[in-house]
Design a protein around this ligand. Structure first.
Ligand SMILES: *Cc1c(COP(=O)(O)O)cnc(C)c1O
Length: 218
């Protein structure tokens, strides 16, 4: 089931669009099944869950953090992850940068955009993305690689199109600025129900959970 879903997805995704298996609440064995079927990047929402999965699966895949990162978990996150997709404040970027400097590395990071304009959701508003990118670009230990967005939590895929299009517009505008220390390489948007629309709107990474692991235990 998991293996068949991964094979189908990998066959369907156009060239240039990467698959992130969104693994929240799944067991390390389930994640391992996806990896053995060809998943090369795993997205984790929780540091502790990720530690358990990394202990079983190891470094044969890339690990992306896609949850809300609490400041007191930054040091552990820096040890685990190859990318943090959900940077939404300068303070968080500063904490990641400091931790990375101590660890002698640089963390690739995406700025999370609150494209749905939902006040309770995380992410920065599109108008504030450029300013945050400029400030992060001055930090050592962390490097902006693009943008990530969730889009609306409810509704059908077409409801997300406007959010994805807006995020793409911000992405293109930033890319054209060629800011030193900012590499606009990744646009992470689209989940199981919305990935087709997200790809049409320019996603380079889609984060798929239930489309790989099935529904349940959410
Ligand atoms: C759960 C989750 C996904 C995947 O959602 P599905 O609808 O199960 O595909 C993608 N991104 C983030 C940040 C998530 O938390």
């Amino acid at each position: 089931m998991i293996a068949a879903n991964v094979s189908r997805l990998l066959a369907e995704l156009p060239a240039g669009v990467g698959l992130v298996a969104a693994a929240k609440t799944r067991t390390p064995q389930e994640v391992l099944e996806a990896v053995e079927a060809g998943v090369e990047t795993v997205g984790e929402n929780f540091v502790q869950e990720a530690e358990r999965a990394v202990a079983v699966i190891g470094r044969r895949v890339r690990w992306h953090f896609i949850g809300h990162l609490q400041r007191n978990k930054v040091a552990r996150a820096v040890r685990l992850f190859d990318m943090i997709e959900t940077v939404d404040s300068l303070q968080l970027a500063v904490a990641i940068g400091r931790s990375c400097l101590r660890a002698g590395r640089v963390m690739p990071a995406l700025i999370e955009v609150n494209s749905g304009l939902e006040p309770q959701k995380s992410g920065v508003l599109s108008d504030d993305v450029e300013d945050l990118a400029r400030r992060i670009s001055l930090l050592e230990g962390v490097r902006v690689k693009g943008l990530m967005t969730m889009g609306p939590a409810v509704g059908d895929a077409e409801d997300a199109r406007g959010c994805f299009r807006e995020t793409r517009r911000v992405f293109d505008r930033l890319a054209r600025l060629h800011l030193p220390g900012v590499d606009m390489e990744c646009l992470s948007m689209g989940m199981t129900m919305s990935c087709r629309v997200a790809i049409e709107e320019g996603a380079t990474l889609v984060r798929i959970g239930s489309g790989i692991f099935g529904e349940g235990r959410r």
